[in-house]
Design a protein around this ligand. Sequence first.
Ligand code: ACO
Length: 699
Amino acid sequence: MLNNFFNPKSIAVIGASRTPGKIGYDILKNVIQYGYQGAVFPINPEASEILGLKAYPSILDVPDEIELAVVAVPPKRVLEVIGQCGEKGISAAVIITAGFRESGSEGTKLEDELVKKARESGVRFIGPNCLGMIDTHSRINTSFFSAGMPNKGNIGFFSQSGALGIAVLDLALSEDIGFSKFISMGNKADISDEEIMQALAEDENTKVILGYIEGVKDGKKFVEIASQVSKKKPLIILKSGITSAGIKAASSHTGALAGREASFDAAFKQSGVIRARTVGELFNYAVAFANQPLPQGPNVAILTNSGGPGIIAADACDRFGLQLVPLHKETVDELRNFLPPFASFYNPVDILGDATAERYEKALYLVVQDEKVQGVIVILTPTAVVDVEGTAKAIANIANLIDKPILTSFMGKKSIESGSKILTKYHVPNYSYPEHAVSSLNVMYQYNVWTKRPEKVYPNFEGLKDKALDIFETVRGEKREHLTDSEIYEVLHAYGFLQLRSLMARTSEEAVAAAKVIGYPVVMKIVSPQILHKSDIGGVKLNINSKKEVENTFFDITTRVKHIMPTAQINGVMIQEMVSGGKEVIIGITQDAQFGHMIMFGLGGIYVEVLKDIAFRIAPLSKEDAYEMIRETKVFPLLRGVRGEAESDIDAIEKSILLLSQMALDFPQIIEAEINPLVVKKRGEGVVAIDARFIIGGN
Ligand code: ACO
């Protein structure tokens, strides 16, 4: 896939400049100076020779076949050049030139024309507005990165930002970190992140994929491809760029809670993407995956020459859910045999500040071979007696023998530099801080869990849609945005949600009669198409126990609402069965501009927006998605029951979430919907939808 980009037999640099320091000059220089074996053709109408190579006025003048074009001509010339690429039969181009979508409306127009021209000409392209791409294995460097060629390695990196790419490559050079490929994506007008992720997944020189993105064009496609890619190789993405465009309307809790980053968080979780929050994390995780085997479980041992950093690492393990496993008795005994008596023989194993390289080696060899241990963090603080280089070599020797991950934290900078270089050379990732070693080991463990997960199972709720179709058609016909209470009742009923017995009352007398039918105590709620959050304006009264109370409350609610919202149309008051017991949760649907419908679950009731204890997933949800999102929230331990409480019906919540996901699939016009509260009863007793609202678009 994309072979002509990464393995072309010949390259033309269109806009190759004669002037050192100009971009077109640097690109040509990079193309030829790092050992690329194919033919290179500088294209420049003003030149006959550049950097010792014969130059041609246009690619159409080149007699030989060209497989890749690198375009660095001014923006107004790019379309013409791409047309010529088509004529010449070049199917791959890297467009460095800036001045397109990123520069405003004129540039956007030009970019649209460029895409059209490229399609007509049969040319696929990376960019425009990019730094170029590098393949350290085929020795291609089409970038104008001037600090050198990155080392050969197994990290594939694609970046929306060229500048970040430069910074990362520069850092990688100074830290001896190797890359397989680097692709500066620029404006992603043609070749997308998804295509590059797929290409890197198939690339045998790439073991781990890194990405920097600011946004995605097609969220569903991203989730689909990222899910496939992450099953093959670790996919670590740093995402920046916060947009509020994703939230089309935010008048319900679900909309307001969706926030800006919820969709990406959900997308990454669902597709197994490892999210790096900082450039530092991106690197930390990358070197761990690139160099060490995956831990087969969460059991970690810590080996250190000082107590404090050992405890810091232990705390970090605890935070991430990694386990400091008690070592086997034989291991402890053997450690005791040769370590000084003041050493700590238990996990963390503290071999003391006077530890020699030999002591490190012996102790590590014992600890890593303990069958309970699935990964080791080795910490070294540069005491006066420690042999940094000898210890690094000893660790590297063992790491090369054993198929368990060993990550190190040689702390400090100056005193440990030579040891750190040795570790890097022998593929043992070293971190300045123990927490970083632990967090990297943790993502490796999490990734291993991800790759072993069974295929997702999607529930089948066919046929429910038909029962609610008429209602949505009516709302569309009447060009309304909100469903009325009775319509909501019908829709929820169609999807099998249990609801409370409710009767509508237009007068106080009707309310009394309804309460009698339903049975005391009852709840009374204002019914008005304009009022979405009834309790906020005193439109809900609970626990009404007598005829007199019903009459008073009817008067009270209707006058209060009329006073607060004089323009609201009041249809009456709903008399509802009063539910007692159970826990309140919220489930909802919202729409994201990039990922489409998202499903929400969280703590329900009136505190939902304050506590924000919520989780999102992108529809359609699998059973695993529903299972996991419930367990992600703090409501979960409450649902399990605290202090002898009975467990809530968590299975019924899962089913409700999946039903809502189905509803979102069935009715794309839903902009927002939520059931709040959804009261969860004891295990086996189900859930009851107490209140709900629906907002519909596209009318
Ligand atoms: N075919 C071939 N060569 C051509 C053509 C053509 N149609 N038209 C012009 N040229 C030649 C010129 O003769 C010139 O050669 P010379 O220097 O020997 O005279 C060369 O191409 C360059 O043309 P210039 O008009 O001098 O253009 P300049 O070099 O100033 O700019 C460039 C071209 C670099 C593509 C510029 O338009 C540009 O886009 N710069 C920004 C690039 C960028 O930042 N990209 C994003 C990087 S990512 C990041 O942020 C780091």
